[in-house]
Design a protein around this ligand. Structure first.
Ligand code: PGA
Length: 248
């Protein structure tokens, strides 16, 4: 799987143009899955253009609230996201955690609401540079994963993980394939402990400064099942090159 997180980029007009230009670059029927996460306000435009130009591409939202509806100014519910065409949702992205104060418990509630609402959560975990320097990678990513495991109960299916070391996001600094494999191995170990062989079915994406020139190497790292791309997903040409690397 190759996923593109646009963050707070591309309004409705730019979203339409993106799918129009992406269509010819990612012919339908290729291996693997492509998911794009536009801002919620651009989802309707993205869906319209996606249906015409790139029908194989799935759509997601970058965040949801865990309640079904109510007095939660500025928030979007699972039901709304699904009605607007999203099948996937990011939860616990490091920008949500660090800039908006999202805690493990809230990430877990969101993941649970998404599963109950028939959507696919992509749960993001990852350590900061300080945590890495202090030798706490394993402790941090397992704490983040465990919070979600409690909430998803016995379900080994219908959700994904993304390992995104915070120090590699938007910095141009990429984890080495060895760093990625090591973190993915830790996460996979926990999933096996929890779900037995069923844990193998939960894909783990790597994210953090993925570009066309490092995509193949990261995809080749043991334990890396796909990529979550930020900056390089904004431009159809570079995103398509990363999709191509995954399809090869
Ligand atoms: P980046 O972002 O590729 O721009 O580093 C990745 C992400 O935050 O999902």
């Amino acid at each position: 799987m190759v996923a593109g997180n646009w963050k707070m980029n591309h309004g409705p007009g730019a979203a339409r143009a993106f799918f129009r230009d992406l269509g010819p670059l990612v012919p339908p029927g290729g291996d693997g899955q492509i998911v794009v996460f536009p801002p919620a306000l651009s989802l309707a435009a993205a869906r319209e253009a996606r249906d015409v130009h790139a029908p194989d591409v799935s759509l997601g939202v970058q965040n949801v609230h865990w309640e079904e509806k109510g007095a939660f100014t500025g928030e979007v519910s699972v039901g709304m996201a699904r009605e607007a065409g999203a099948t996937h949702a990011l939860v616990g992205h490091s920008e949500r955690r660090t800039l908006f104060g999202e805690r493990d418990a809230q990430v877990a509630l969101k993941a649970r609401a998404l599963l109950l609402g028939g959507m696919i959560p992509v749960v993001c975990v990852g350590e900061t540079l300080d945590e890495r320097r202090e030798g706490r990678v394993e402790a941090v990513i397992l704490r983040q994963l465990d919070a979600v495991l409690e909430a998803v109960g016995g379900r080994p299916g219908g959700w994904l993980l993304a390992y995104e070391p915070v120090w590699a996001i938007g910095t141009g600094e990429t984890a080495t394939p060895e760093d990625a494999s090591s973190a993915h191995g830790i996460l996979k170990g926990r999933l096996r402990e929890r779900f037995g062989a069923g844990g193998e079915a939960i894909p783990i994406l790597y994210g953090g400064s993925v570009r066309p020139d490092n995509a193949a190497e990261l995809l080749g790292a043991p334990g890396v099942d796909g990529l979550l791309v930020g900056g390089a997903s904004l431009e159809p040409g570079s995103f398509a090159l990363i999709v191509e690397a995954a399809r090869r």
